[in-house]
Design a protein around this ligand. Structure first.
Ligand code: HEM
Length: 124
């Protein structure tokens, strides 16, 4: 049997490292960093968001993990995220996958998942 996307991303530890690297990248990415920097001052909140984001990507990539967070529309409600901001976050994610030498097919699968969520995240 072929490996699940979850396995190809490195399982729980791999996805946790990916989420940490992506959050760090967002905090250094000029057009979007203002959205994320405030969480540096709220480490407990950041820890919860990090845990939920790991659950989200684990459940979405084939692991039997319960996602304890909100749906994508409610998570991003009131933020009025622009299409450009959405692309910057996707850029950060794909760059981190590149840095970790995730194979091209797995990267394309992640991109397709992110793309499917686009309308739930932009403009809420
Ligand atoms: C690319 C697709 C995206 C996905 C899959 C995604 C996913 C998530 C997830 C799973 C959470 C945690 C939800 C929870 O704690 O219940 C979250 C939180 C958050 N996202 Fe996104 N997100 C995306 C794009 C964006 C963009 C483009 C921005 C802004 C530039 C953004 C800003 C935030 C912020 C600020 C939070 C924290 C919300 C809070 O305070 O609880 N996200 N996102």
């Amino acid at each position: 049997m072929s490996k699940t996307l979850f396995d190809r991303l490195g399982g729980h530890s791999g996805i946790t490292e990916i989420v940490d690297a992506v959050v760090e990248a967002h905090m250094h990415n000029p057009p979007i960093k203002a959205r994320f920097l405030p969480y540096k001052e709220q480490p407990e909140k950041l820890a919860i968001i990090r845990k939920r984001t790991v659950e989200f990507f684990s459940a979405g990539s084939g692991a039997s993990v319960f996602y304890s967070g909100k749906d994508m529309v409610n998570t991003h409600k009131g933020m009025n995220i622009s299409p450009a901001e959405y692309i910057y976050t996707v850029d950060d994610i794909l760059k981190v996958l590149d840095e970790r030498n995730i194979d091209a097919a797995s990267k394309a699968e992640v991109l397709a998942i992110l793309w499917s969520l686009k309308e739930m995240i932009i403009g809420q």
